[in-house]
Design a protein around this ligand. Structure first.
Ligand code: F6P
Length: 544
């Protein structure tokens, strides 16, 4: 048994959970009419409502005890101070510095001047491209940007670029290529004019096989469709922490935007990895995105834990996962602009907290990250909400929506939000057999049919949801929302005593893939693996 699961705060939460386990959420609402005042928090234009969680005043008190016991306030201070809390890689995790204003020291050096230098480089570059001052090899303005990167070098910039389309230049289209499946690169490039296309090769390590393979093929396409070697410098830029590899690839280090080992891939959209965002929406809007995140950082650092949005969001997750046994968490934006937000959070949460050992390397005896997935709201309703309402497992869900749409067409936004409110209410309230009976009787359904129909139409309800409403999805609000989730993930890692900033779990597959790649190029029948893997490889080889 770990010291965490034996600790007084943990045991107190277990006892409390048993005491309220049989209470339906509806009962909690009936018992306390002030739930909405008690269990909502505000931050600028953002409202966080966690009233539809199985909580009472005592739950929050006990969760805060757990946070204190695990030294959360101290860990928050260590994060922002630039301590090397990513212990397995001996690195700081300073994404907050990228949107910060004050000096932060790493190895005795203030990182702020370097951050500002790269921001200015991004600013000059994006102004030049957007204004047409920087042109392609034939003297034409750039019309298309292709970002080649994967994981954190794709998901963050892609999500934000999609989310902030209303702020984007109509003269530039930003494309994202991540998959090593040549189909994505082919389909992206087929309609592009090389003379008007700018490539960003985004890879912190500049070693990622998928990205380097796509980058090489993009260069070949460029050279075989009109460009020549001399034009590479004006059509290819790199974002990386690996200057030597960028140079070796053939990109002039003058065309490189630096990032640093203290920026984790999934936390990097605030760095030059955000270059496609800056090109799309302009540097002023990019600065607003940073400002929104910085305000959330200040809030996270300074506001008492009980009023602190990331802390409460993180603790609610701990309550669901560790005390109610919930293993899946849906992210449901009622905003089409946020259609990549679930995918972004999937990496943020699952790569950060999908861990099975503590910081000290001991195997945990409690659950860590849930499975995170999701879809824009009403699409999800017509796909997987059936399971949310009547399946056999309880799924936690975050509902997110703007009060104002960028595109107020007819009644669309009211319809959208009516669905948001209805779903959270239905998930909480459910529908009893008696209610179904009354409904069917009023429809004149005959008695024998009625009794058979009832079980299929009962909704148990009692499903926990959190609602996040914000005024409008502008750059600043989006920055705050992303930082909210980044810090939520950190809060949970502190409670679980795990390192959220490494990702050793992605390595084994990469190692095996490079061995198998060699085998795919050999004529011999492969026998070096288990019978299943051998069989699959050999079937592929005879059928390719
Ligand atoms: O999936 C593993 C990973 O290392 C992620 O953490 C990272 O975001 C992604 O690969 C891409 O890495 P890079 O930016 O170095 O190409």
């Amino acid at each position: 048994m770990s010291s965490l699961t034996q600790s007084s705060a943990w045991l107190a939460l277990q006892t409390h959970q048993r005491a309220i386990a049989q209470m339906h959420l509806l009962e909690l609402f009936e018992q306390d009419t002030r739930r909405f005042e008690k269990f909502t928090l505000f931050f600028n234009d953002i409202l966080l409502d966690y009233t539809k969680q199985p909580i009472t005043d005592r739950t929050i008190t006990l969760l805060l005890d757990l946070a204190h016991q695990q030294g959360l306030a101290d860990w928050i201070a260590r994060l922002f101070a630039g301590e090397k809390i990513n212990s397995t890689e001996n690195r700081a995790a300073l994404h907050s510095a990228l949107r910060g204003k004050q000096a932060v020291m790493v190895d005795g050096v203030d990182v702020m001047p370097e951050i500002k230098r790269v921001m200015r480089q991004m600013e000059c570059f994006s102004i030049a491209v957007r204004s047409g001052g920087k042109k392609g090899y034939s003297g034409k303005n750039f019309t298309d940007i292709v970002n080649i990167g994967i994981g954190g070098s794709d998901l963050g910039p892609f999500m934000v670029t999609e989310a902030l389309k209303p702020y984007a230049s109509p003269h530039l289209t930003v494309h994202f290529v991540s998959n090593v499946d040549g189909t994505q690169l082919f389909e992206t490039l087929q309609s592009l004019d090389p003379a008007r296309t700018l490539f960003i090769i985004a890879s912190k390590t500049f070693l990622t096989q998928e990205t380097i393979t796509n980058a090489r093929s993009a260069r070949t396409w460029f050279l075989t469709h009109g460009g020549n070697e001399d034009n590479i410098a004006s059509h290819f830029v790199a974002v990386s922490a690996n200057r030597a590899a960028v140079k070796e690839f053939g990109i002039d280090p003058d065309n490189m935007f630096m990032l640093w080992d203290w920026v984790g891939g999934r936390y990097s959209l605030w760095s030059a990895i955000g270059l496609p965002i800056a090109l799309a929406i302009g540097m002023d809007n990019f600065y607003s995105l940073l400002a929104g995140a910085n305000e959330m950082d200040e809030h996270f650092m300074t506001v008492p834990l009980e009023k602190n949005l990331p802390v409460i969001l993180g603790l609610i997750g701990i309550w669901q996962i560790n005390f109610w046994g919930i293993t899946a968490h849906a992210i449901l934006p009622y905003d089409q602009s946020l259609h990549r937000f679930p995918a972004f959070l999937q990496q943020l949460e699952m790569e950060s907290n999908g861990k099975r050992v503590t910081r000290a390397g001991e195997i945990v005896d409690y659950s860590t990250s849930p499975v995170v997935w999701g879809e824009p709201g009403t699409n999800g309703q017509h796909a997987f909400y059936q399971l949310l309402h009547q399946g056999t497992q309880t799924i936690a869900a975050d509902f997110l929506a703007p009060c104002q749409s960028h595109h107020m067409i007819g009644t669309h936004h009211h319809l959208l939000l009516a669905n948001f409110f209805a779903q959270t209410e239905a998930l909480m309230r459910g529908k009893t057999a008696d209610e179904v009976r009354v409904e069917l009787e009023s429809q004149g359904v005959a008695n024998d049919l009625l009794e058979k129909a009832i079980p299929h139409r009962v909704f148990p309800g009692n499903h926990p949801t959190t609602s996040i409403l914000f005024k409008k999805l502008d750059p600043k609000t989006l920055g705050s929302l992303i930082a909210l989730y980044e810090h939520k993930v950190f809060v949970q890692s502190v409670i679980w005593n795990i390192n959220p900033f490494d990702q050793w779990g992605v390595e084994l597959g990469k190692q095996l893939a490079s061995k198998i790649l060699t085998e795919l190029n050999q004529d011999a029948v492969i026998t070096s693996h288990d019978v299943s893997t051998n069989g699959l490889i050999n079937y592929f080889k005879t059928n390719q």
